[in-house]
Design a protein around this ligand. Structure first.
Ligand SMILES: Nc1ncnc2c1ncn2[C@@H]1O[C@H](COP(=O)(O)OP(=O)(O)OP(=O)(O)O)[C@@H](O)[C@H]1O
Length: 256
């Protein structure tokens, strides 16, 4: 059965006078791949940080598994991959994995098996004994993803998981996401990448801290008569942005 896994209820967040989230409400269900899409600075990472309890709303509430956040118990059910990699460079990949596995209480044969599986998922098995400081940026991203997958969380929250990852590997990582979805895992990804947005079950488009559109990629394209998500985003962005009706080309310049 579909279960409500995430509820964001009327959430706003201000830093001083700067309101970076403006009354956001969203729900995500079990087995759903939900994409948070928006230009740089729109507020995606701020939403993600609220979901994992690293930041608190100025107004509104967040519930994970129908329990109010922040709540330490819920961390075990959640896998989080931040935008910058939180890895120990002076340790090998294996030692990093063992460290995080221990934090999640994974032991013995189970730990060994999970480490093997997640490194296969991100195609890093042959590099497992190398020092992380010798890894490329893309390899570090993949290792961070492997760590987020280690304890088989029911909810995966991934902040730009495939930045710096080549298209072939990106495809295999998305296949892993689909497999996780099949077993009921809810996955939230933030992205700037339009072809990646197309792969999500539903999208929330964020602009200037506001949720400007919500729906399946098909719905968003149909509603705006667009042939691509990028076009749909520009239509929504333009329509929701007073005085900037003619600035579609400027909007697209925000992407990078
Ligand atoms: N701790 C903070 N103090 C002050 N301002 C902040 C803080 N964290 C975020 N902001 C501001 O909030 C806004 C949204 O930032 P956020 O990182 O959520 O955007 P984003 O959509 O994730 O962008 P990107 O795709 O570039 O990561 C930005 O204007 C940013 O400067």
């Amino acid at each position: 059965m579909e279960e409500k896994i995430v509820t964001i209820h009327n959430v706003s967040r201000s830093f001083g006078k700067h309101q970076v989230l403006k009354n956001i409400s969203l729900e995500m269900k079990s087995g759903e791949i939900f994409g948070l899409l928006g230009p740089s600075g729109a507020g995606k990472t701020t939403i993600v940080k609220q979901l994992v309890g690293l930041d608190l709303p100025s107004e509104g509430e967040i519930y994970l598994f129908q329990e109010k956040m922040p709540n330490l118990k819920l961390i075990e059910k959640t896998g989080y991959m931040a935008q910058s990699d939180a890895l120990y460079g002076e340790l090998s990949a294996k030692e990093n994995l063992e460290f995080f596995a221990a934090l999640y209480g994974l032991k013995g044969a189970k730990r060994k098996k999970r480490i093997k599986v997640v490194m296969e998922t991100v195609s890093l098995s042959e590099h497992i004994n190398k020092l992380v400081s010798t890894y490329s940026g893309g390899m570090k991203r993949r290792l961070s993803l492997a760590i987020a997958l280690l304890h088989q969380p029911q909810l995966l929250i991934l902040d730009e998981p495939t930045v710096g990852i080549d298209p072939v590997l990106r495809k295999s990582i998305w296949n892993a996401f689909y497999e996780l979805k099949e077993i009921g895992t809810t996955i939230i990804v933030t992205t700037h990448v339009m072809d990646e947005a197309e792969k999500c079950d539903r999208l929330g488009m964020i602009r200037d801290g506001r949720l400007i559109a919500l729906g399946t990629p098909e719905e968003l394209k149909n509603k705006t008569n667009s042939t691509s998500i990028e076009e749909a985003f520009l239509v929504y962005g333009g329509a929701g942005n007073e005085n900037k009706r003619s600035s579609h080309s400027n909007s697209s310049a925000n992407y990078s």
